[in-house]
Design a protein around this ligand. Structure first.
Ligand code: PGA
Length: 264
């Protein structure tokens, strides 16, 4: 009998997203993007997204005109507009031709106090504005060592998806990012990553049924590099990567896009 993870993986196009975090000025971001699009700008076998800081969205957007590479943001506010000093709304992102938005990144949760309830509001607001959320979930080292990985991932995933309708779920991209692997050089083993990815897909199956769950992309994030990507991307439930450090240089980012093409 076939299980969901044995279904053809071709139904999910691989996706490589660069999370630049608080790096690159508008000019530096445009220069990096130029180098990326020169090499993989028209590639459509894999979805490629760059997520600059807000201040570089406009300059990067100009470089992306006519290219297949998409523009993402790293965060947004859940409300439409109003007295929220320092914040940016979904509508403002859309006006910059943003198509994707990273939500619930562990750095937002850890340093800016974002809760599951807040992440859920943002996911719903993004979807209502036709932005694709890249929803981040993942356990800390203490949680992994305490045997709580699956429990934490279940809570975060279910809470963030509350109220997301079946017809919206395939617009959501989930990124499994073990917090202990982010920026540390410690990558999860392929077995550790695949186990959690398959678990997330089983949660999606319980919530939305197998047919829809099979269509949702689940990315791995945490020290993903050209050297470790091929093995990770060969796993049945790993549909791409959310890349921090290695997205800041064209060569490593392009090599990751090429690794995703090779794994497709
Ligand atoms: P990293 O970051 O690739 O530098 O580990 C990934 C992320 O935080 O999205």
């Amino acid at each position: 009998m076939s299980t969901p993870t044995q279904s053809p993986i071709q139904i999910r196009r691989k996706l490589i997203a660069g999370n630049w975090k608080m790096n690159k000025t508008a000019a530096d971001g445009a220069a990096l993007t130029k180098e990326i699009v020169e090499q993989v700008g028209r590639e459509t076998a894999v979805d490629t997204v760059v997520c600059p800081p807000f201040t570089a969205l406009e300059s990067v957007r100009h470089v992306l005109e006519g290219q297949a590479v998409k523009l993402g943001a790293q965060n947004m506010h859940a409300e439409k507009n109003g007295a929220f000093t320092g914040e940016i709304s979904a509508e403002m992102l859309r006006a910059h031709y943003v198509t994707h938005v990273i939500l619930g990144h562990s750095e937002r949760r850890q340093y800016f106090g974002e809760t599951d309830a807040l992440v859920n509001k943002k996911v719903l607001a993004a979807l209502a504005n036709e932005l694709r959320p890249i929803l981040c979930v993942g356990e800390t080292l203490a949680e992994r060592e305490g045997g709580k990985t699956l429990e934490v991932v279940k809570t975060q995933t279910e809470a963030a998806l509350a109220g997301v309708k079946p017809e919206q779920i395939t617009s959501v991209i989930i990124a499994y990012e073990p917090v202990w692997a982010i920026g540390t050089g410690k990558v999860a083993t392929t077995a550790q990553a695949q186990e959690v990815h398959a678990f997330i897909r089983s949660l999606l199956t319980a919530l939305y049924g197998a047919a829809l769950a099979q269509k949702v992309r689940i990315l791995y994030g945490g020290s993903m590099k050209p050297a470790n990507a091929p093995e990770l991307l060969a796993q049945p439930d790993i549909d791409g990567g959310l890349i921090g450090g290695a997205s800041l240089e064209a060569k490593s980012f392009v090599d990751l896009v090429k690794a995703a093409m090779a794994a497709s």
